[in-house]
Design a protein around this ligand. Structure first.
Ligand SMILES: C[S@@+](CC[C@H](N)C(=O)[O-])C[C@H]1O[C@@H](n2cnc3c(N)ncnc32)[C@H](O)[C@@H]1O
Length: 293
């Protein structure tokens, strides 16, 4: 069964196919989908794959096994990708790829990311970290919860949702994704409950971002990705919501102002009709690419 389609893989391949050097960092190796295609199509490259999720690393190792000797896998956050590059004995690389967010197998694997299932509230990509969604929902103050839901979810009912969470948890701890999703659902006015997007979508996005410190790590990781590129090297970032995309866009803009990169995508590239048909969840993907100068 195909559980994760590498999003925008044709476009990614196109940008990487003319790189001069050998080393490409796949900063979010996940199930190894993009790396597999790059290793298959570009015979001279070596992939340095990074992920903070042990299960993803297992899958990547298995998926990429036909290319033994041409890839190395590291458990880490991509915010430390400069250290990984040093550990690999390199100073610069020719390409860096980020495919942000989580993959289908994380969503489907009882990791507490999904409001469509009833699972323990967890949402950690890295199971060895202490902070979970359960901690945030059950211990953070009303003000902290509201701030997270408003800033990371861009949710207009943030204040009400935070108040309701705090009321409910006085009676009983909020333990599962379904309990949290139901709270948000009932805060929404009835006329807005049955829209195409589930009312809990934004709240879940916000809590996931907070659990995994996602936006900070993206800022650090993408900047370091540009720092370690050799001249002519390519950085590609696929993002899945406006907060991520804005960060990437602003970093490229700033590094262009400093005459460090040329932006190769004036507008972000989005999936075409064929990809949308094959893989509907790719609909929110946006790809931005820059070249180190
Ligand atoms: C959308 S998936 C990548 C899928 C992959 N491109 C493929 O084709 O199989 C995103 C992956 O990035 C990982 N990830 C997200 N944030 C990370 C971070 N800060 N550091 C390392 N890995 C991260 C997640 O654990 C997940 O496996």
């Amino acid at each position: 069964m195909v559980e994760h389609y590498p999003v925008l893989h044709r476009e990614i391949l196109n940008f990487f196919k003319n790189i001069k050097g050998k080393y490409i960092i796949d900063a979010t190796v996940g199930g190894g989908g993009h790396s597999y295609i790059l290793l298959k199509e570009l015979k001279d490259i070596h992939i340095i794959g990074i992920d903070k999720d042990d299960y993803a690393l297992e899958r990547a190792n298995e998926r990429l096994s036909p290319f033994k000797g041409r890839f190395s896998i590291y458990k880490s956050s991509f915010k430390d990708l400069d250290e990984i590059v040093r550990e690999a004995g390199l100073s610069k690389v020719s390409g860096v790829l980020f495919d942000l967010g989580i993959s289908m197998f994380q969503l489907k694997n009882r990791r507490g990311f999904s409001f469509l299932r009833d699972e323990p509230l967890d949402m950690r990509m890295d199971k060895s970290q202490m902070l979970t969604a359960y901690n945030i929902v059950n211990t953070f103050s009303k003000i902290e919860l509201e701030k997270i839901i408003r800033e990371f979810g861009e949710e207009k009912f943030a204040k009400k949702i935070a108040s309701e969470i705090v009321e409910r948890r006085k009676k009983k701890k909020i333990e599962t994704t379904k309990e949290l999703a139901d709270i948000v659902y009932h805060v929404y006015p009835p006329s807005l409950r049955r829209k195409k997007i589930h009312p809990a979508t934004k709240t879940f996005q916000a809590i996931r971002i907070a659990v995994n410190n996602e936006l900070n790590e993206i800022k650090i990781g993408v900047n370091k990705g540009i720092d370690i590129l050799e001249e002519g090297g390519i950085i590609s970032v696929i993002s899945f919501h406006s907060l991520e995309d804005r960060i990437v866009k602003n970093i490229y803009k700033e590094r262009k102002r400093l005459k460090e990169v040329e932006i190769l995508t004036k507008k972000p590239i989005t999936p075409g009709t064929e990809e949308l048909r094959e893989n509907p969840p790719s609909r929110s993907a946006k790809l931005r690419v820059a070249k180190r100068i």
